[in-house]
Design a protein around this ligand. Structure first.
Ligand code: HEM
Ligand code: HEM
Length: 261
């Protein structure tokens, strides 16, 4: 239906001769604008529909599907409405915001279609709880193993135990920015400390080194998971706030064109 709508409207746009030229201000421009605005309001209502549990005829799945296709058709409807006239004004601001919402929506479709598979492929049979438990167990073993150490050496283990950040902020999660990871720094410091160590101390340090490396693997695994989840929700941080900005700019656009009529 969305394709049919786009094809029909594009054909009408090029077949119908409007004077002086196509723009938002002709009868056709007003019709396309009204259709576009109605669609935008309906698309924005998905936020409400999503949260309402109904036994109605149209499932949420059908709503989302219609949302995607009709949302995409707005690129055609709104562009024809403008008569391809853009400028540095609130009208074009509404247009740009609409495009941002649509592009983020496309990213959302990609994310929902592909990331859940990646998520389960990385996780295998492990649950989130088991992943966190594994890290907690390693921390417990590190704490235990560090008991015979003197203050300076124990500080290395404390660095890993107290300063390691599993996830961090949003961008850190998405781009895997864990360059200064406390556990990695602890591994480096331990490598230097081990050079002068002898006897039982050397054995304890070797045991701690193995535990820190195991923890590094567990962290990498958890962070891959965290990265995919961050990507999965990231597009909504654009899609939803930009929808509100769009509704505001659109209101300003419509009010201003009637004001200067
Ligand atoms: C009830 C809905 C709408 C009405 C009544 C309306 C009305 C108008 C009018 C009268 C113009 C011509 C302004 C002029 O020539 O100075 C115009 C232009 C324009 N409209 Fe709309 N519009 C509506 C919806 C939309 C929507 C949904 C968008 C996109 C999100 C949009 C974006 C634009 C743009 C970019 C222009 C061109 C501005 C320019 O010439 O620089 N409009 N609109
Ligand atoms: C101007 C056009 C659009 C507006 C105003 C709009 C607005 C919204 C709103 C308000 C939500 C609900 C978000 C929430 O409450 O969690 C939503 C969800 C969504 N939108 Fe859009 N959207 C538009 C276009 C699109 C397009 C073009 C696509 C895809 C190509 C798309 C894909 C999605 C998806 C996948 C969801 C999530 C549905 C779910 O959570 O099950 N949107 N949109």
């Amino acid at each position: 239906m969305a394709t049919l709508l786009c094809v029909t409207l594009t054909a009408a746009y090029f077949l119908i001769d409007v004077r002086p030229r196509h723009s938002g201000g002709t009868w056709m421009g007003y019709s396309l604008g009204a259709l576009g605005a109605a669609l935008i309001v309906w698309l924005a209502l998905l936020g409400v529909r999503k949260r309402a549990v109904t036994a109605g005829h149209y499932s949420l799945k059908a709503w989302v599907s219609a949302h995607v296709y009709l949302g995409l058709s707005l690129t055609v409807i709104a562009t024809l409405h403008t008569g391809f006239q853009f400028g540095m004004n609130v009208h074009t601001l509404a247009y740009v915001l609409m495009m941002l919402v649509i592009v983020s929506g496309l990213f959302g479709v990609w994310a929902y279609a592909s990331l859940p598979n990646l998520l389960s492929a990385n996780r295998g049979e492990t649950t989130r709880r088991q992943m966190l438990d594994a890290l907690a167990t390693l921390d417990g073993q590190l704490h235990e193993a560090a008991q015979p150490l003197d203050r300076d050496m124990a500080a290395i283990v404390r660095l890993s135990l107290e300063k390691t950040d599993i996830a961090g902020g949003y961008w850190q999660r998405v781009f895997g920015l864990y360059g200064g990871c406390a556990n990695d720094r602890a591994i480096e410091r331990l490598a230097r400390a081990r050079q002068g160590a002898r006897g039982p101390e050397a054995e304890t340090l070797a045991q701690i080194d193995a535990l820190l490396r195991k923890k590094a693997e567990a962290l990498a695994f958890a962070r891959r998971q965290v990265r995919i989840t961050a990507l999965l929700e990231g597009w909504t941080f654009v899609h939803v706030p930009m929808t509100f900005a769009l509704l505001a700019a659109l209101t300003a656009h419509i009010v201003s064109v009637f004001f200067y009529w």
